[in-house]
Design a protein around this ligand. Sequence first.
Ligand code: SAM
Length: 259
Amino acid sequence: MARQKLGQHFLASSKILERIATAACGDGTDFVLEIGPGRGALTERLLQKTERLSAIELDAELALFLRQRWADEPKLRVVDGNALDADWSSFGEGVLAGNLPYYVASAIITSYVLAPGKLRHGVFLIQKEVAERIAAAPGGREYGYLSVVCQFFADVKMLFSVPPGAFQPPPKVDSAVIRVTPRRDVPPVDQAGFIKFVSVCFQHKRKTLRNNLSAWASLELVDSIPGMERRAEQLTPADFLELFGKFPAKPEPADEEPE
Ligand code: SAM
């Protein structure tokens, strides 16, 4: 019985499983960290393409099932745990992959791009709408906080769409596979300050930067900076960095979530 509150939609299409495993591992890799292995549909494909695989599963029953299923497989290590608590830097060189539980997909991807360790890319099956937000270009409706943070710290590529019928049980929404490759050339920046700044810029999406940034600095300072009549959605990730550099002080964190 699938636990829908844990986002349990199991992949049943062998063609799609193979495409995800190939997108993650190429012809082969030393190590894969899989998130949410479930009953092991993707794990099975990944095991064919890697020397070692660790898989983090929150559902203890499924973790036990996997250990029993692969009792004789020395390559596999099943970790009982929450991927939201993962310290990506504690893993060796390799890749990250997963048919992610949709309720935590953006939190998992954000934590990965901010501190990827030696995991050189992540290939994720996620809700299509979230994939589109992550990959969105400036100016569009989908472009927002998630796009800027992911694209500032990583290269993002939409790979392919996956229909609900590829899962058992089928989710209510379309899905997509995305590859996220953390950039090694990220400009030096106060990371926590920068992502807070971006979230404040998008706090009220339809308002101008001037309006949103009045919660970040004095209006006097805000008004001394050109371009404040624009809206956050018009700025590229590099524009955000430039703008952030114009504000010397970091205020207290705001409480509200961005729209
Ligand atoms: N990989 C399997 C497949 O493709 O058939 C299952 C994918 S299912 C969409 C997501 C899996 O993630 C489930 O097995 C669920 O129990 C697990 N999960 C849910 N929340 C999790 C979390 N916070 N950390 C780790 N695993 C989680």
